[in-house]
Design a protein around this ligand. Structure first.
Ligand code: GLC
Length: 540
């Protein structure tokens, strides 16, 4: 099929059919048009960046239905720390195969928003504070998915760098900062990998919602960068549907029956002359092309080896782990007596919260990996996973377990309550019980090895001097426990490098002063001084 064919199909459509196509037909499906001589297929979309979240229910407005099981790979914060494009491409390919096996033809990722501040609750889903690295890592993911004949959604375009009132906050960003920091990752991926969709974000940018923003959706994305795909709204991000059509926002999601949630807005604009049918035709032509080139591939018979994908997840977790400190305590030897302290060793935190959260085929915790290896150990919870996790009796038991051991493996970091899509952190400290544990354990055993499990930086300056080693495993996906075992016992050499800065303490960071703000605007007053660009210039 070519553009002439798509034009011919467009010519056959009624106005009503065109308006229907401007939004999805359900939460995850675009609008098919099937009648006598028209057969426009539907495209099925699903999240997301760490693995497939294909809902068991194909319809309904509630997007948080139970998903089909899939492989949970490490998220972007972890894979970016591998700096390994081939590894990330392999993860993208595996996710795409799983998408095909369940008839999904567009996977809603990658998220390449820049980590303006370590406080953003969704940083676990993004690659870096640096636009070059974020662009290259995101491009590898897109390449892996799209070489497998499955589409992607480059998100969240643009300057969506916090969760706090994300649906209406107005990001105030100067042109140089946009061009040098917040746009380059999107520009690189659009120009080199041609993602099938770009997802516009919820927020406003310099006064205009991205879903109505002609400058960024047409003048920059299409005219300057040559983008040929479609723009899809973030779910529920549409502000003014008619303005969006003129701005180049093609597909409103989620959709609903018939003309969708905002079809009337289109008809009213046609009536009052602020929108023409030609405006709609431009959008619908792109949607017809998109539908034919990305239709639901109910490819029967695509299967995959679940264990093989689990091993890819393990290798990605191994590649993304960062050894922050080691004064010789690692690698461990099998004949060393060890205490394993921390609920995160038993209940692996392997993915973040929100729309990227999936149902894994299996999860291997660190204790599972020790058991599988026949490694003896004494375990203690140390803390609970609720709030600050503080329970005196648990600390006492942990201290008792640590006494007299050759090494103490202490699992600390962030729990689900501390970071997720939908809200930001108000500080970068770990739960207080985790810090108390470090200090209490050091009183009885000098050989403490910390395994950090978090989706974004935490303050380590209070205790990093006293411990012998710190292995940052971030959020390692379903095979994270096995990867951690292999890294601690030297079966794999930890070779990840940080893709973001860990501030020694939060108020060292200029950006945090201007983070979040509100009630209506957030001013990016730190300009280009984001992450290491700031620390290097401020010599901090
Ligand atoms: C969410 C997220 C987006 C996700 C979409 C569908 O609000 O912002 O990343 O792909 O909705 O779940």
């Amino acid at each position: 099929m070519n553009d002439k064919d798509y034009q011919a199909i467009l010519a056959k459509l009624t106005l009503d059919e065109k308006v229907c196509m401007c939004s999805g037909s359900t939460t995850w499906l675009t609008q098919p048009i099937k009648r006598d001589d028209v057969d426009i297929p539907a495209v099925r979309m699903s999240d997301g960046p760490v693995g497939l979240r294909r809902e068991k229910m194909s319809g309904g407005v509630n997007i948080m239905q139970i998903p089909e099981p899939a492989t949970c790979f490490p998220g972007a914060v972890t894979t970016a720390s591998s700096w390994d494009e081939d590894l990330i491409e392999e993860v993208g390919h595996a996710i795409a195969v799983e998408a095909q096996s369940l008839g999904v033809s567009t996977v809603l990722g990658p998220g390449v928003n820049i980590k303006r501040s370590p406080l953003c609750g969704r940083n676990f889903e993004y690659f870096s504070e640096d636009p070059f690295l974020a662009g290259r890592m995101g491009a590898a993911w897109v390449h892996g998915v799209q070489k497998t004949n499955v589409g992607t959604s480059l998100k969240h375009y643009l300057a969506n760098n916090q969760e706090y009132i994300r649906m209406c906050i107005d990001s105030i960003v100067d042109e140089r900062t946009l061009r040098e920091i917040y746009m380059p990752a999107f520009e690189h991926i659009v120009k080199t990998e041609h993602p099938t969709t770009v997802m516009c974000s919820y927020n406003r940018l310099n006064g205009t919602y991205l879903s109505d923003n002609k400058r960024f959706l047409t003048d920059v994305l299409r005219d300057e960068w040559g983008y040929k795909g479609i723009v899809v709204s973030d779910w529920g991000a549409v502000n003014n549907r008619a303005e969006g059509i003129k701005a180049g926002m093609d597909l409103e999601m989620p959709g609903g029956k018939g003309i969708g949630f905002n079809g009337n807005n289109i008809y009213n604009a046609l009536e009052n002359g602020t929108l023409t049918e030609e405006d709609i035709d431009k959008v619908v032509l792109r949607l017809i092309k998109f539908a034919y080139e990305n239709k639901v591939r109910e490819v029967d018979g695509v299967t995959y080896d679940v264990e093989e994908h689990n091993q890819i997840a393990r290798r990605a977790a191994e590649g993304g782990a960062v050894l922050l400190k080691n004064d010789g305590a690692l690698p461990l030897k099998a004949n060393q007596s060890i205490a394993v302290i921390g609920k995160l060793a038993k209940k692996l935190r392997y993915q973040g919260g929100g729309s990227s959260h999936i149902l894994p085929h299996k999860v291997t915790s660190f204790l599972d990996a020790l058991d599988n290896a026949g490694q003896k150990y004494e375990y203690a919870d140390g803390y609970t996973l609720k709030g600050e996790g503080y329970k005196k009796s648990l600390i006492k038991k942990a201290v008792k377990a640590a006494k007299g051991k050759d090494a103490v493996l202490l699992f600390i970091g962030l729990t689900d309550a501390f970071e997720s899509e939908g809200y930001d952190r108000s500080h970068i400290k770990m739960p207080t019980s985790h810090v108390t544990l470090v200090n209490e354990l050091l009183k009885v055993n000098k050989n403490v090895i910390v395994v950090l499990s978090c989706g974004s930086p935490v303050e380590i300056g209070e205790w990093d001097k006293g411990v012998k080693a710190i292995l940052n495993v971030y959020l390692g996906g379903q095979a994270g426990g096995e990867a951690t075992y292999n890294l601690l016992y030297g079966k794999v050499n930890p070779s990840g490098k940080l893709a973001e800065t860990f501030p020694v303490c939060e108020n060292d960071y200029l950006g945090s002063k201007y983070f979040r703000m509100g009630p209506r605007t957030v001013e990016y007053r730190e300009s280009v001084y984001v992450g290491y660009r700031y620390y290097d210039s401020a010599k901090k």
